[in-house]
Design a protein around this ligand. Structure first.
Ligand code: PLP
Length: 339
């Protein structure tokens, strides 16, 4: 079976060439064979697409997403990047790093939550790189961000919020990643069954739109890190995919059924590791020397391990696992991992 349509890939590459890109990631990332992990799981061949190695201050999928989503910030001459979510947010640390890389200022809003003390993990990276850190009560992060944006604008500055500004371009970046992956697979003559990843929105949307655009022979499976309803997730993603396709200039439309996604492995809660995900994290570390993170990638890999044990794949199948990063957060999880 043909891996993908090369003419369609060429057209897609042309369409993507029109976007301004911010040089914040080291690409392409490696595609690593994991024979000991495959053997330990008693199933298919596993390849890990190392987007934890995108290079920007310890890497992750945000660096790749920013290559596109910060394009408009460069076009508009923005001078400050802002972000705020939780205290161990990968995106906050990557925002501060990208700003440094692009010669911009950065402001990061941090809620005082149960992982904001002691200073560790992504919060430590923020202390290292951000121009300003604003500590606030949890639940007031969004208000503080708005206030900071307004203040900067009144001063004549041009701020850019890396969550809301250019958001759909984060999916476009993963359409581009699909081309990168297909080329790597073609070079090695591998046709996988599926690509698994931790994602709630942009990564999985980009993969689904990209794989459809090049008529790839394999599907994408998205494992959410947020506990919720699978059907609601599918319904939320279809319009995002339609927007992504239309921004690129692809005539495609998506329905909820186009998304093979689940929230099943997000339990017990966002940021709280399950027992089996910690076991999987140790297994991957000990068999391949690859460090997963407890919030996103360990849960996604655990979902894949469970699917393998359920017999969903044959021993001669190949599965790609997209490692989306998150590595710095492990240092804020010492007690859960080894306590
Ligand atoms: C942000 C993040 C994700 C999810 O990204 P989406 O935009 O929802 O696809 C997955 N893994 C890690 C490590 C992240 O930081």
């Amino acid at each position: 079976m043909k891996l993908y349509d090369r003419d369609a890939a060429q057209k897609l590459r042309h369409l993507l060439g029109r976007f301004t890109r911010a040089p914040v990631a080291h690409l392409p990332t490696p595609l690593q064979d994991c024979p000991r992990l495959g053997e330990a799981l008693g199933g298919p061949r596993i390849l890990v697409k190392r987007d934890d190695m995108t290079g920007l201050a310890m890497g992750g999928n945000k660096a790749r997403q920013f290559t596109y989503s910060l394009g408009p910030a460069l076009d508009r001459g923005c001078d400050c990047l802002l972000h705020g979510s939780d205290s161990q947010s990968n995106q906050s640390a990557q925002t501060a790093a990208a700003a440094a890389r692009l010669g911009m200022k950065s402001i990061v809003v941090i809620p005082r939550d149960h992982r904001s003390y002691p200073v560790s993990g992504n919060l430590l990276l923020n202390h290292l790189m951000a121009d300003q850190i604003k500590y606030v009560f949890p639940l007031t992060v969004k208000d503080e961000l708005k206030k900071q944006m307004k203040e900067l604008e009144t001063k004549g500055s041009k701020p850019y919020d890396t969550s809301s500004d250019g958001a759909i371009l984060r999916a476009v970046a993963y359409v581009d990643a699909t081309l990168e992956l297909c080329e790597q697979l073609a070079q090695r003559g591998i046709a996988p069954k599926a690509i698994y990843t931790s994602s709630m929105t942009y990564t999985i949307v980009g993969l689904v739109v990209g794989l459809r655009a090049v008529s790839a022979c394999f599907k994408a499976v998205g494992l959410n890190y947020w506990v919720g309803d699978d059907r609601e997730m599918q319904e939320r993603l279809a319009p995002v995919a339609n927007e992504c396709a239309s921004v690129i200039g692809l005539k495609q439309s998506f329905t909820p059924e186009d998304f093979d996604v689940t929230c099943e492995y997000a339990k017990p809660d966002f940021g709280e590791p399950s027992r089996t995900s910690l076991e999987t994290m140790r297994l991957v570390a000990r068999t391949e020397g690859i460090v997963l993170d407890p919030v996103y990638t360990a849960k996604a890999m655990d979902g894949l391990a469970i699917h393998i044990r359920e017999g969903r794949f044959q021993p001669d199948d190949t599965i790609v696992f997209l490692h989306t990063g998150g590595t710095p957060a492990i240092f804020a999880y010492g007690d859960e991992l080894f306590g």
